[in-house]
Design a protein around this ligand. Structure first.
Ligand code: NAD
Ligand code: UDP
Length: 330
């Protein structure tokens, strides 16, 4: 399919890598509903094609089944969102060498594509670049405390290297890059078997099974609802060419995993109890974004309170489970 770049007309040709994943599906939906033509590139390792195919009724969506570590050939692009990379620790640690290649070789391929097309390019970086942080909340100037040889390093160091590549293409080749450090995000289109804490706990609560808490549950995260995050990504993409980032993107309301589990039990009305499992190696103890830069540069602040976002996410998973129960058995 030939899609022309449409800079100036308002309708853009946007490439979304990892478009079949959680954030990618939400972003593709938003872009299509705004009238843009979208090309999704995904290797479908963790993302699924079914929901994406359903989005085709919203507009022009091309789906390319490809790994971003392989040479990429898409032309006439206005914008690229590079979201390809499994984000759940369970999945990114399953093939750590491939995770590193995705972050490094994948980023190089996409930056070259952006350079050739003179396209803007957003990089989905992560709060993991701060590792197990020693300062709270984390500001972009903090350089982080990552264990370079631990089980999370394939992701953390891969994303750090990707940031270096993006900022060097910005300085050396004048590519219009946008590096966003995304903090824990949740919402519809997460998969039940994703392995991250929100889908795990909601899936367990809805089935009245024990909620698995790793460690003693006193570790914190700050959860951003996906619609707020997608809004921030689009705002960042629209900033002036000299705004390259990095910019923290997340909700600065910090919560312990035990508090999260209690809230989910209450909202689902579940009979589940809590069960404790060992804390994974290098699991960060505290995490909370300083979003003053996002407030200033993007004029953005997250709007969705955790309880509201969780209710919508619970409804989504409830629908997914109900649908599964009604599938004919093979
Ligand atoms: P996800 O795991 O749901 O989706 C990732 C998608 O990328 C999947 O569809 C997968 O099949 C695809 N993919 C993985 N490696 C690929 C490769 N080499 N080539 C092509 N496709 C590939 O993850 P997500 O939550 O949607 O996160 C999207 C991006 O945002 C990731 O880069 C992640 O690191 C970043 N991020 C997400 C969060 C979050 O809380 N969701 C936080 C920080 C950063
Ligand atoms: N976690 C948990 N139970 C689960 C899954 C995760 O207690 O079933 C914990 C995990 O150890 C971490 C926090 O929840 O402290 C967030 O984990 P997640 O995998 O969602 O994201 P990340 O560790 O990358 O922030």
């Amino acid at each position: 399919m030939e899609i022309m770049a449409m800079t100036g007309s308002g309708r853009k040709h946007v490439v979304v890598t990892g478009g079949a994943g959680f954030l990618g599906t939400n972003l593709c939906r938003r872009l299509l509903s705004e009238g843009h033509a979208v090309t999704c590139i995904d290797n479908f390792r963790t993302g699924g094609k079914d929901i994406l195919l359903g989005l085709r009724e919203l507009g022009t969506l091309e789906i390319i089944h490809q790994d971003i570590t392989q040479p990429l050939h898409v032309e006439n692009i206005d914008e690229i969102y590079n979201l390809a990379c499994s984000a759940s620790p369970v999945h990114y640690q399953a093939d750590p060498v491939h995770t590193l290649k995705t972050c490094v070789q994948g980023s190089l391929n996409l930056l070259d594509m952006a350079r050739a097309s003179k396209a803007r390019i957003f990089q989905a970086s992560t709060s993991e670049v701060y590792g197990d942080p020693e300062t709270h909340p984390q500001h972009e100037d903090y350089r982080g405390a990552v264990n370079p040889v631990g089980p999370r390093a394939c992701y953390d160091e891969g994303k750090r290297c990707a940031e270096t590549l993006f900022l060097n293409y910005f300085r050396q080749h004048k590519v219009r890059v946008k590096v966003g450090r995304i903090f824990n995000t949740y919402g519809p289109y997460m998969r039940l078997n994703d392995g991250r804490v929100v889908p795990n706990l909601i899936g367990q609560a809805l089935r009245n099974r024990p909620l698995t808490i790793y460690g003693d549950g006193s570790q914190t995260r700050s959860f951003c609802y996906v619609d707020d995050l997608v809004e921030a990504m689009e705002r960042f993409m629209a900033t002036a060419d000299d705004v390259a980032g990095p910019i923290n993107m997340g909700n600065p309301v910090e919560i312990t995993m035990l508090e999260l589990a209690d809230t989910i039990i209450e909202l689902t009305g579940s009979r589940s109890r809590i069960t404790f499992r060992p804390l994974p190696e290098d699991d960060p103890i505290r995490r909370c974004p300083d979003i003053s830069r996002a407030r200033e540069k993007l004029e953005w602040t997250p709007r969705t309170p955790l309880v509201d976002g969780l209710k919508r996410t619970i409804d989504y998973f409830d629908g997914t489970l109900t649908h599964k129960r009604h599938l004919p058995s093979k």
